[in-house]
Design a binder for this molecule. Structure first.
Ligand code: 13P
Length: 306
């Protein structure tokens, strides 16, 4: 039997392991990501965010879904729709409902609505609309509260300034209200994590080493009471990642760490670039995330693998 993404993430949350999501900005990256997950007996989500078909080369929701159907392995992977913003990184309004409705109709197995650039009540209202829609498909909804910065093209404050001032960090009180009123299943929080840059000039730059405010995370975990998500997974010290997993992080998003080796190696041809992704993935799964054999834990109780 098929174990759905929500129960997998809940099992991870309860067992202190993490489900990573990997962004696919170029379609040929998907096969080596799936192969590495299978070869390490790990479980992960294959993800696409709107900006990856708008600003990179993942083409469309349909193209990603079709590629996924070719390479998927239900024992090791599920398909997730990452950031669909209500207001995007260029401050443009997005028809988020239409995009998410298309993804659900195409068979995406979990979706993210990102209302984090809205005031609290508007974020709650947009998220609640998507929760209502997704329930019809029995698909879980990830939402975001607080500002995980980095995708914007304008200048950012220095990382140190951001961390010390806690600018944009998710407030535990707001998280509590948000979860109750929106009905979201998983919550992406801002606790010192930042996204890797995506602007043409920033894409290949090394990401600043991010830290995690573990005290803020512990408070959020108590307040939210649902699985928490850590975006900007590239370049965070593994010690922070492992402590964060113990404090409620059940899903971690990783993009830049696998995109940069792909882009750098692409001049040598697609197979070489795919190989670079595969090797980076194995390293990440084994050593940074330490989730080799996570499938055994995640599917242990029920053996609900198709
Ligand atoms: P990084 O590119 O910083 O790993 O972040 C990925 C992410 O959070 C996508 O939602």
């Amino acid at each position: 039997m098929y174990k759905d993404t929500n129960s997998i993430v809940h099992t991870a949350w309860k067992s202190g392991i993490v489900v990573p999501g990997f962004n696919i900005p170029y379609l040929p990256m998907m096969a080596p990501v799936v192969n590495a997950l299978r070869d390490c007996n790990s479980f992960g989500l294959i993800m696409v965010a709107r900006l990856e078909w708008e600003k990179f080369e993942s083409k469309s929701l349909l193209a990603i879904r079709d590629e996924y159907e070719k390479v998927k392995d239900v024992k090791h992977t599920r398909l997730h729709l990452d950031h669909v913003p209500v207001i995007d990184e260029d401050n443009q309004l997005v028809d988020y409902e239409a995009i998410i409705a298309s993804a659900l109709a195409l068979g995406y197995e979990s979706v993210m609505i990102d209302g984090s650039r809205l005031p609290l009540l508007e974020n709650i209202a947009s998220t609640a609309k998507i929760v209502k829609l997704a329930r019809r498909y029995n698909v879980p909804v990830e939402a975001e509260l607080g500002a995980v910065m980095g995708h914007e093209s304008g200048p950012l404050p220095s990382y140190e300034e951001l961390f010390v001032s806690k600018k944009g960090f998710t407030s535990p009180e707001e998280a509590k209200q948000f979860v109750v009123e929106s009905g979201a299943d998983w919550l992406s929080v801002a606790i010192g994590n930042i996204h890797g840059a995506i602007s043409a000039v920033g894409r290949q730059q090394e990401k600043p080493k991010a830290r995690i405010d573990l005290e803020q995370l512990a408070q959020l975990n108590r307040a939210a009471g649902i699985p928490l998500v850590l975006h900007g997974g590239t370049g965070i010290d593994p010690d922070y990642i492992h402590q964060a997993i113990k404090l409620g992080i059940a899903k971690i998003n990783v993009g830049t760490a696998i995109r940069q080796p792909y882009e750098r190696t692409l001049p040598q041809g697609i197979p070489a670039a795919q190989d670079a992704v595969y090797r980076t993935m194995v390293e990440l799964l084994r050593h940074e995330l330490q989730i080799e054999n996570s499938v055994n834990m995640l599917f242990k109780q029920t053996h609900e693998v198709k």
